[in-house]
Design a protein around this ligand. Structure first.
Ligand SMILES: Cc1ncc(COP(=O)(O)O)c(C=O)c1O
Length: 444
């Protein structure tokens, strides 16, 4: 089913007007400075001068994105809506803009004689963990306040995807008579079922939606918070004895959601893919309370890839260091990465909500605001994905949008209804702006 695109009303332009007035408020010195100050005060940090400098830089970066909105409008009218907009994957290219601005600060040089050994630190339980990377992980969690790192082992992985598999291996029993059930509340991250079952393991098996799980015996529940695809903050739902929880906190960062407390779970997964946007570096880390679990996860990675690229760990360490520096008033003069990315996400969600409202054919979730201890203000989640519902008589939202040359991922891949789709909010400005422009013009 394809609907007609009427004469374009320029959502990008409307958004730009709103955005310009927001900039005027910022120019007048409202709120952002105060917010940063309260954050610094909350972290016990000083430094008024650097606070105002960071705020000022934030304004200049925002200005450049409003001009890109105008450029997008021209592209959409030029190509007549023919260009295919692919927002199926959560590829975090949106962050390139920040990293371009930071320039060479994240550049590292690795001479040919470095990183030859398999080993990084034989005194560490996770013997392939680069000490520099571990140090920056601890520091960044302290700066942001989103996770407790004390009395935990850090296990590094080739993305949190590898760590997820290491966790399944570590949490299942070698001599159980049948595989342990792995569940997550629908809508769940679409890769969980396929990763869990790809090798048809005798140790663990995908058992579907945690909300309807009623089998006796042990189980592993994956708690993704904020959740992919719908962005809601979550807790475990099964709540039975014999349950083991894995918290996937890939999106528990201030650009996506309020940081309301330092997460303190037994096994937490993080990744640079969604925190800083360096998905291609393929580095994730697990914070693990139990020593035996950490040992088994390490063993899995040893069997799987004999450790994790040192080059990538060193690069990730540098990136995390630059992020932490940027958000500390005593550090560099760059705009705080999380202020920048938070602001980008706010703009995008405002654009999307306007497009949805104008079209009238779709809906997206509403979220209650919550106080963020890092940014020092309350705001609602602004997830990395839009969980968009096609309203009225549209049953297959993915096909419907495909008919309008917008590629998304159907709700059915997330254990949910095909009336929903997941749409990446992390693409480059040009693609995203084109998307909201096109969406706004799809009417019944
Ligand atoms: C909830 C969640 N966990 C893990 C991952 C994968 O992260 P990585 O790139 O570190 O393997 C993703 C990627 O989309 C995700 O959404």
């Amino acid at each position: 089913m394809q609907r007609a695109l009427p004469s374009p009303l320029n959502v990008s332009l409307i958004w730009r007007i709103i955005y310009d007035s927001e900039r005027e408020l910022l120019d007048a010195g409202f709120s952002v400075q105060q917010q940063r100050r309260s954050v610094m005060a909350g972290c016990g940090l000083q430094g008024k001068e650097s606070v105002s400098k960071k705020t000022h830089m934030s304004l200049s970066s925002s200005a450049s994105s409003s001009s890109s909105l105008t450029a997008t409008t021209n592209i959409e009218s030029q190509d007549g809506g023919e260009r295919v907009i692919n927002l199926d994957h959560g590829d975090p290219t949106m962050y390139e803009k920040y990293w371009h601005k930071v320039g060479d600060k994240t550049t590292i040089v690795i001479p040919g004689w470095q990183s030859l050994s398999y080993f990084s630190d034989v005194s560490n339980l996770c013997w392939f963990l680069e000490p520099e990377f571990a140090k920056e992980v601890v520091r960044l969690h302290k700066v942001v306040g989103n996770a407790i790192t004390e009395n935990r082992h850090i296990v590094v992985g080739t993305g949190s995807t590898q760590l997820f598999q290491a966790a399944l291996y570590a949490l299942s029993s070698q001599d159980a008579s049948e595989p342990i059930s792995v569940v997550s509340a629908a809508p769940f991250y679409s890769s969980y079922p396929s990763i869990t079952d790809c090798l048809k393991s005798g140790l663990y098996k995908w058992a579907g939606d945690a909300k309807t799980f009623n089998r006796d015996g042990p189980y592993i529940e994956l708690v993704t918070s904020p959740n992919n695809p719908d962005g809601f903050v979550r807790q475990s739902v099964v709540n039975r004895s014999g349950g083991i929880l894995v918290h996937d906190l890939a999106y528990y960062w201030p650009q996506y959601t309020s940081i309301s407390y330092p997460a303190d779970h037994d096994l937490m997964l993080f990744t640079v893919s969604k925190s800083t946007g360096h998905a291609g570096t393929r580095i994730g880390w697990a914070l693990v309370k139990d020593t035996e679990v950490a040992k088994k996860m390490t063993k899995y990675i040893e069997l799987n890839t004999i450790g994790v690229s040192k080059d990538s760990q060193l690069r990730a360490a540098k990136v995390l260091k630059v992020v932490a520096n940027s958000c500390e008033p005593s550090g560099d003069e760059d705009e705080c990465f999380f202020e920048f990315s938070h602001h980008q996400m706010t703009m995008r969600w405002n654009q999307l909500r306007m497009a949805v409202q104008k079209s009238g054919l779709f809906s997206v979730p509403d979220f209650p605001p919550q106080f963020c201890t890092f940014l020092g203000r309350a705001f609602g989640p602004q997830p990395a994905f839009a969980w968009l519902k096609c309203e009225q008589d549209i049953e297959d939202c993915e096909s419907f949008l495909k008919g309008n040359k917008i590629l998304t991922r159907s709700g059915k891949h997330f254990g949910f209804s095909p009336a929903y789709v997941r749409i990446s909010m992390l693409d480059r400005d040009e693609n995203f702006n084109l998307f909201v422009q096109r969406l706004s013009n799809i009417v019944s």
